[in-house]
Design a protein around this ligand. Structure first.
Ligand SMILES: Cc1cc2nc3c(=O)[nH]c(=O)nc-3n(C[C@H](O)[C@H](O)[C@H](O)COP(=O)(O)OP(=O)(O)OC[C@H]3O[C@@H](n4cnc5c(N)ncnc54)[C@H](O)[C@@H]3O)c2cc1C
Length: 459
């Protein structure tokens, strides 16, 4: 088969490269930094490692409640150790991608790629430029943090998520601008580690993409950890020389002096510098335009992952990368966005799939809601985490499960059950006879399903 070049070695790119190589293509992958992209180096994995350290610390502080006596005053976080744990995991995972490249006979080139024609790329590595020719291309150049026009990142005081995970020490105070997924995860990490965290969010709730009741439970739990949360608030001025931020909340102007200001207001697709305008690929600030096969308007060029905008998650990038590669290899593949889990690794965790209650009511009107609280779940009590609930959303005509939201311990693992239900278009009639192991957190999902049908046993 004719050669194929992938630009970008993140989740979309490396999966596309492996998939195409397994179809018999001769594949070259071009990456300017480290394999693994944002996900492995500055996103999913390092944040989850920091969260795991914060949660281990939190659990140890609860030792007394489990009947374990410890000199609690001696329990402290060793920040260098936390960073070491994180970098060791990242290094192993990046090496793992390198191994997969070799195993699948994928040539990896280091450098920044940009199109010269729709069959030729220039790859710049330091002062050297090499040209690469291919029949087909898959662009998986990802995204980068968006900055505020009046407060560009300086890496010293105004920082982005990549910088926030490698600070020299735990900050004593941190302002987080943006209460979305990334902002809330960092609020969880640093508040559990003892920092005084303030969140300023423009919308009227944290996590604007999720239901208000779920977001509000998280807000209450973060506030218990001392996080100050201002919703419907807007940042007005940043004064790096005084490490001071000004923001407006309910007509009142607040002034805040903090060690760092983390701007987490979203990520923008990396579309510039690729030479797309030269070869006529349609794109905008929102990303590269693609069809359901991840093909651009230039037929031999595909794009996938964060660079196409849409849902900027690693598992969506994996899926889009697979579809792009298979389609490029002549298999007629479409992307199926029907059941994409959304996971937020805060404490407590939040995970959802399908519609929120608000979206479902807008689309179906009279939906049925089933809920079960973890405060009534034996396993959650045993592990001392009786916080949150499961909420299931059912449409009225066929009793099809169209949404599931979970806030509580291990929500990001439990959501897998909801993903299967939505992917399989299951109904509550089918799920009624489902047997959940006892005692497990999964019982809360079963109870919420029963509740939606008016048959709850334990509530
Ligand atoms: C703090 C944080 C936490 C996150 N947590 C999660 C999570 O828990 N779960 C989840 O699903 N998602 C999470 N995400 C999102 C996830 O990281 C992204 O959705 C995912 O990495 C997108 O994959 P990608 O391959 O499209 O792009 P990227 O991972 O951004 O990879 C793109 C790669 O392309 C390279 N590149 C760009 N331009 C060129 C060029 N011209 N030449 C050569 N190479 C180039 C870049 O160096 C980069 O390595 C998180 C993101 C952040 C920032």
């Amino acid at each position: 088969m004719k050669p194929l070049v992938v630009i970008g070695g993140g989740p979309a790119g490396y999966v596309a490269a492996i998939t195409a190589a397994r179809q018999g293509k001769q594949v070259t992958l071009i990456e300017q930094k480290d394999l693994g992209g944002t996900c492995l180096n500055e996103g999913c994995m390092p944040t989850k490692s920091l969260l795991a350290s914060a949660e281990a610390y939190e659990k140890i502080k609860q030792a007394e409640q489990f009947g374990i006596t410890l000199p609690l005053e001696q329990v402290k976080i060793n920040w260098d150790g936390v960073q070491h744990h994180k970098t060791t995991i990242v290094k192993k995972l990046v090496q793992g991608i390198g191994y997969l490249m070799k195993k699948n006979k994928i040539k990896v080139m280091k450098g920044e790629a940009s199109f010269l024609t729709n069959h030729r790329l220039a790859v710049q590595n330091e002062n050297q430029v090499e040209e690469v020719e291919a029949e087909q291309f898959i662009i998986a150049s990802g995204s980068e943090p968006a900055s505020l026009p009046f407060a560009p990142f300086d890496g010293k005081w105004i920082i982005h998520s990549g910088q926030a995970m490698s600070l020299p020490a735990i900050p004593s105070s941190l302002l987080i601008v943006g209460g979305g997924v990334i902002g809330c995860e960092f609020a969880s990490i640093y508040s559990q580690m003892g920092a005084k965290v303030t969140i300023v969010e423009a919308a009227d709730q944290l996590l604007p993409g999720e239901d208000a009741d779920i977001a509000f439970t998280l807000q209450e739990e973060l506030e218990k950890k001392g996080v100050a949360i201002y919703t419907s608030a807007s940042l007005t001025e940043m004064q790096p020389e005084y490490k001071t931020a000004l923001f407006k909340h309910k007509e009142e102007l607040h002034e805040l002096q903090v060690d760092y200001a983390l701007i987490s207001i979203g990520r923008k697709p990396r579309v510039l510098g690729l030479g797309l305008e030269k070869i006529g690929v349609h794109f905008s600030k929102q990303g590269i335009d693609v069809n359901e096969h991840m093909q651009t308007n230039v037929p031999n060029i595909y794009a996938c992952g964060d660079v196409v905008g849409g849902i900027q998650l690693a598992h969506v990038a994996f899926h889009e990368g697979t579809v792009a590669a298979l389609d490029a290899c002549g298999k007629d593949k479409n992307v199926n966005y029907r059941a994409v889990p959304r996971c937020i690794y805060t404490h407590p965790e939040i995970a959802s799939v399908g519609m929120t209650e608000k979206q479902a009511r807008q689309e179906y009107g009279d939906v049925r809601i089933g809920e079960f609280s973890f405060t009534a779940n034996g396993k959650a009590m045993i592990t001392n985490e009786p916080i949150g609930k499961v909420k299931v959303i059912v449409e009225p005509q066929f009793n099809e499960i169209i949404g599931l939201s979970i806030i509580g311990s291990h929500a990001t693992e439990l959501i897998g059950q909801g993903t299967v239900m939505l992917h399989g278009e299951l109904t509550t009639d089918v799920m009624e006879d489902f047997i959940a192991a006892h005692p497990t957190l999964s019982e809360a999902i079963h109870e919420a399903l029963l509740h939606s049908a008016g048959q709850a046993v334990h509530s």
